[in-house]
Ligand binder design. Sequence first.
Ligand SMILES: Nc1ncnc2c1ncn2[C@@H]1O[C@H](COP(=O)(O)OP(=O)(O)O)[C@@H](O)[C@H]1O
Ligand SMILES: [Mg+2]
Length: 323
Amino acid sequence: MEARQNTLTITGLRTEFLTPEGPLAAVDGVDLAIPRGSIVGLVGESGCGKSVTALSVLGLVPPAGRVAAGEIRFGETDLRTLGEGALRKLRGNRIAMIFQDPMTSLNPVYPVGRQVAEVLRLHRRLDRWAAKARTVELFQQVGIPDPAARYDAYPRQLSGGLRQRVMIAMAMACEPELLIADEPTTALDVTIQAQILRLMGDLRRDHGTAILLITHNMGVVAQLCDYVYVMYAGQIVEAAETFALFRAPRHPYTQGLLKAIPSLEGTADRLYTIRGSVPDPRCPLPGCRFCPRCDQSRQDCARQVPDLRALAAGHWVRCCHIS
Ligand SMILES: Nc1ncnc2c1ncn2[C@@H]1O[C@H](COP(=O)(O)OP(=O)(O)O)[C@@H](O)[C@H]1O
Ligand SMILES: [Mg+2]
């Protein structure tokens, strides 16, 4: 895919946190592209660097951290060269985000309906009445019961799940070119979850929105994503079209993640889990980072550093023993 057809192109991203032991790379050389109008999944266990990748794109890495290297292109613009003012203008307009913690994007002192209506007035140039009507409609679409009454509620008067849905409504209101959704439905019940995922699909279809969908739910990936990146210990270990990844996962880590999906029939006696845990980034491993947990590791894996290599068109794997 040519870079100029991408809404987002990340190259060689390295994001570090300062620790007493020195800089720690939470994201270590990530390349990732989101073609216009596509939904791209980023999966991996907790602590792999998914959220830090998203925050790096948005220029929202916490103060202890910094983007140390790499390029982050939104269309033709390198986001790393933009000042805070220019970035803020992009966020919540051409780039929208949905986080697990809605309080990061809601203002506690304004009613939630007004906050969404404000976005519609600013970015869609709607008048007051049209903005209010559209907000109530959006609230209904994201599954907020009694949407007209909830318009005047303050964030603290809503449950976590409802706040989450307000934030999703706000992201939809922008009709953004890029939506970054970090575990957007994790806290929601299954029915609402399905509704939100459908809305994201509509957003892509109707407005050509490119979506980065961060999730640990492989079922969600299968349902919605065109392409998937699998992240482990700060690096991409496998990347492929969704169909190819599910049909023939090549990296032992991806195979483990897929085996860990509960089956609908419930035939498995016990849910498979990958043994061990994500390595501590403060103690970097000399060879393959997945080696200590890999059920296919060989003697040289602990020493040999694997590169991300193309196995087939669009299918990349970081493993010394797969060709
Ligand atoms: N504020 C922080 N300070 C120091 N280290 C952090 C901070 N946030 C994240 N990290 C480091 O980055 C790693 C990746 O975190 P994160 O991107 O949140 O993982 P994920 O979203 O995949 O669960 C963590 O394991 C931790 O080592
Ligand atoms: Mg996260």
